[in-house]
Design a protein around this ligand. Structure first.
Ligand code: DNO
Length: 355
């Protein structure tokens, strides 16, 4: 298991690289050029700037999260070929500096969705919260207006470019069935996987978060059966997964350790975190510790250890603790605690195996 840590870039992240360096066992940063819109080619000079910065602190930048997929590719529009061409150019540029894994997602319009970014956990800390009734009871129209007014909703993981096109995108997706979304993903993968293979890059799709359709938009990377379908779409080792326990774990039917054992060699990147599910479908993100949430993080790490996982892993969203002011879910303190929990389990398993 190679431990890495997500970093949003100079001036864009509250956590300095010199602090990340002090977390035990972190060897690389997980990065992206966040100011670029989906569909733009990542210029090599910009990539080299990040490389130099990372290397000054002794970090590698083997993992990129994310190279976002342009909406026209997901929609299967004729313009997709140009955007796929650009995606391929970005893959090639990333390969030039030694990137090994590209994380991306295929969620229509939205990335991860929460109703509250700073929900009290009861001990003075706050965390990301999903209130099912609030999110699923709202019409896309209301969502659009409330989001644009920036009042009721605050949805992270979005590019401003998408926001401007929200109404138009909702209309466009009315013509896209689940089957078509799969076809569009297949078309994309058939074009990029051969290039990724040639350039030594593993593609790692991130599951949908939450793993069910939201606002009437299809979502497909949600469970075991669908992940099997995804891996068969282009049955090649470079077509793999970012296995996110937080996203998939929101559905109690997902047997996470079992899925890790089944998909093992196709998991190129592990996102490990916990969350607490409520009976009404709400969930809140908790500390990484097994006892604090509904995901058995201990069993998850055990499954990775059993399959001899040598891929990249990162702690995922943390709570906001000790009055830290940070990007929602991406503070230093709780993610650092999360890492020490993961190492604690991992190192014990290694020691036990050694006898
Ligand atoms: C949330 C992240 C996601 C992820 C993208 C990958 O914190 O795990 O936003 O980066 O879905 O494309």
């Amino acid at each position: 298991m190679k431990m890495v840590f997500r970093w949003f870039g100079e001036g864009n992240d509250t956590v300095p690289l010199s602090y990340i360096k002090q977390i035990p066992g972190v060897e690389g940063i997980v990065w992206a050029l966040h100011d670029l819109n989906p569909g733009e080619i990542w210029p090599i000079e910009r990539i080299l700037e990040v490389k130099q910065m990372a290397e000054r602190h002794g970090f590698h930048l083997d993992v990129v999260e994310s190279v976002n997929v342009h909406e026209d590719i997901k929609l299967g529009l004729p313009t997709r070929d140009q955007y796929i061409h650009n995606y391929i150019e970005t893959i090639k540029n990333l390969a030039k500096v030694g990137v090994k894994v590209i994380c991306y997602n295929f969620m229509p319009v939205f990335d991860w969705i929460r109703s509250d970014l700073f929900k009290e956990l009861g001990d003075g800390s706050t965390a990301l919260f999903y209130e099912k009734a609030k999110i699923e009871g709202i019409s896309p129209d209301k969502l659009v207006s409330s989001f644009l007014e920036n009042k009721e909703f605050s949805l992270p993981g979005w590019e401003p470019e998408r926001l401007q096109r929200l109404t138009e995108l909702f209309e466009a997706y009315e013509n896209v069935s689940v089957g078509q979304l799969w076809d569009n993903l297949k078309y994309f993968l058939e074009h990029i996987i051969p290039v990724a293979e040639q350039h030594g890059i593993k593609m790692a799709i991130h599951p949908d978060d939450p793993p069910w359709p939201v606002f009437g938009l299809p979502r497909i990377i949600t469970n075991r059966e669908n992940i099997r379908t995804l891996l068969r779409l282009v049955n090649h080792p470079n077509n793999g997964l970012t296995f996110c326990t937080g996203s998939l774990g929101a559905n109690p039917l997902n047997d996470l350790p079992g899925m890790i054992r089944e998909f093992g060699d196709r998991i190129h990147f592990a996102h490990i975190r916990n969350l607490k599910r409520y009976e009404n479908g709400d969930f809140i993100e908790t500390s990484h510790r097994t006892g604090d949430g509904s995901v058995d993080v201990h069993e998850v790490v055990k499954a990775y250890h059993e399959i001899g996982f040598t891929g990249y892993a990162r702690p995922d969203h943390g709570r906001h603790i000790w009055n830290e002011e940070c990007r929602p879910g991406y503070g230093l303190y709780d993610r650092a605690l999360g890492i020490m929990y993961l190492w604690g389990i991992w190192d014990t398993l290694v020691r036990m195996k050694e006898g």
